[in-house]
Design a protein around this ligand. Structure first.
Ligand code: C5P
Length: 310
C-alpha cells in the first residue's frame, strides 16, 4: 500500500570557506571574546552537507579530512541541527553527512561552514520556512563566523564577528591558500595577541575606509595593499615558519599575503588565474605548505544544490 505521506528527500547544501580581508581585534570583552571589526569574503573552497531523516541524531564525515573531524556530539554541524530542532520544537532526528574539502582548523571557518550549511539544510528538510535573518540569529549562537557563511559574498562583521553589514565590492579575486600542517588553536592565538599587546590600551576597532574604497575598484593590486590581520603577529609569534611562508609567496609574485583568520592557512591574492597556477606550482615545489589550493571570491553563501546521483 502506498502511504499518502512520504518522508522528505535528503537535502544537500554547498557552503564556502572564508578569508578575512581585514581582521581588526579590539579589547577583550567580559565574556572572553574580543570586539572585532572584520571584512569577510566567501571563497570557492566548498563543503557539501546532506541532512536526511533518521532514527537517531548522527553525523558522518567523508573526504580527505574525514579522520581529523569529530563525528560525535561535539561536531558543530550536529550541534547546529539539534539547536534548530530545540528552538523550533522539532522532534524528527536527522543524520548529517559532510563531504569535507575546506581545510580543517586552518582559519578558513570550515567547522562554522558545516554548521551554517546544516541550518540551511534542516530549514528546508523540516519545511520551517525561516528567513535568512532568522537563520543568521541561530547561527550566531553557534560561533562568531557562522552567520557570514550563510550570507556569503563580501560583508563586514562587528561585535565578535557575528553582526553583519553589506559591503559594496566589485569584481572577482583570485586567491591561493597555503595550508600548513602546524596546528594553531584559535583561543591560543587570541591569547597571544593579548600577551603581545601587554598593558597597551587597545581602542575599539574601526573599519578602514581605504579597504572599502579598494573593494569598489575591483583591482586586486589596490586590494592587496589593504589586507590586514591583527592576529598575524600572534600567529607568527607562535609559528615563526608562517612568516617565512608569507615571504616566499610574495617573492614568488603574489600581490599580497595575509594569515587567514587565526591561521595557520596563509592567503595570497594574485592577479589572475594564470598567476594563481604559477604561485600554486612554486609554493608546492618549496614544500613549505602541506597543500596549496586555488580559489576565487566572492561566492555565494550556503545554498541548496541538487541531490547527488551516485
Ligand atoms: O566564535 P568561535 O567559537 O569561533 O570562537 C572561538 C574562540 O576564538 C573563542 O572561544 C575565543 O577564544 C576566540 N574569539 C575571540 N574573539 C572573537 C572571536 C573568537 O576571542 N571575536
Amino acid at each position: 500500500m502506498t502511504s499518502a505521506y512520504s518522508d522528505p528527500a535528503p537535502v544537500t547544501v554547498r557552503v564556502p570557506a572564508k578569508v578575512n580581508l581585514e581582521l581588526l581585534v579590539g579589547p577583550a570583552r567580559d565574556d572572553g571574546f574580543h570586539t572585532l571589526s572584520t571584512v569577510y569574503q566567501a571563497v570557492s573552497l566548498h563543503d557539501d552537507v546532506t541532512v536526511a531523516l533518521d532514527d537517531d541524531w548522527g553525523c558522518s564525515v567523508h573526504g580527505p579530512y574525514a579522520d581529523v573531524v569529530p563525528s560525535g556530539a561535539s561536531n558543530l554541524a550536529l550541534r547546529a541541527a539539534r539547536l534548530l530542532a530545540d528552538e523550533t520544537a522539532i522532534d524528527t532526528p536527522v543524520h548529517v553527512s559532510i563531504v569535507k574539502s575546506i581545510p580543517v582548523a586552518g582559519g578558513m571557518a570550515g567547522g562554522s561552514a558545516d554548521a551554517a550549511a546544516t541550518l540551511v539544510a534542516c530549514d528546508r528538510l523540516w519545511s520551517l520556512g525561516l528567513s535568512t535573518e532568522e537563520l543568521e540569529e541561530y547561527a550566531a549562537e553557534l560561533g562568531s563566523d557562522v552567520p557570514f557563511l550563510i550570507r556569503g559574498g563580501t560583508a563586514m562583521g562587528s561585535g565578535r564577528g557575528e553582526r553583519l553589514a553589506p559591503v559594496l565590492a566589485r569584481g572577482s579575486y583570485h586567491w591561493v591558500f597555503a595550508i600548513s600542517d602546524i596546528g594553531l588553536s584559535t583561543p591560543e592565538v587570541y591569547a597571544e595577541c593579548d600577551a603581545l599587546r601587554g598593558d597597551t590600551p587597545v581602542p575599539d576597532p574601526v573599519p578602514n575606509p581605504e579597504l572599502m574604497s579598494a573593494l569598489r575598484t575591483g583591482d586586486p593590486h589596490v586590494l592587496a595593499r589593504q589586507l590586514t590581520n591583527d592576529l598575524q603577529p600572534a600567529a607568527i609569534s607562535l609559528r615563526p615558519e608562517l612568516g617565512e611562508l608569507l615571504k616566499s609567496g610574495l617573492a614568488f609574485g603574489a600581490l599580497g599575503g595575509v594569515v587567514s583568520g587565526s591561521g595557520p592557512t596563509v592567503a595570497f591574492l594574485v592577479e589572475d588565474v594564470e598567476a594563481a597556477i604559477d604561485l600554486t606550482v612554486a609554493l608546492t615545489a618549496t614544500g613549505a605548505a602541506r597543500e596549496v589550493r586555488k580559489a576565487v571570491g566572492p561566492v555565494h553563501g550556503a545554498h541548496v544544490i541538487p541531490a547527488r546521483v551516485d
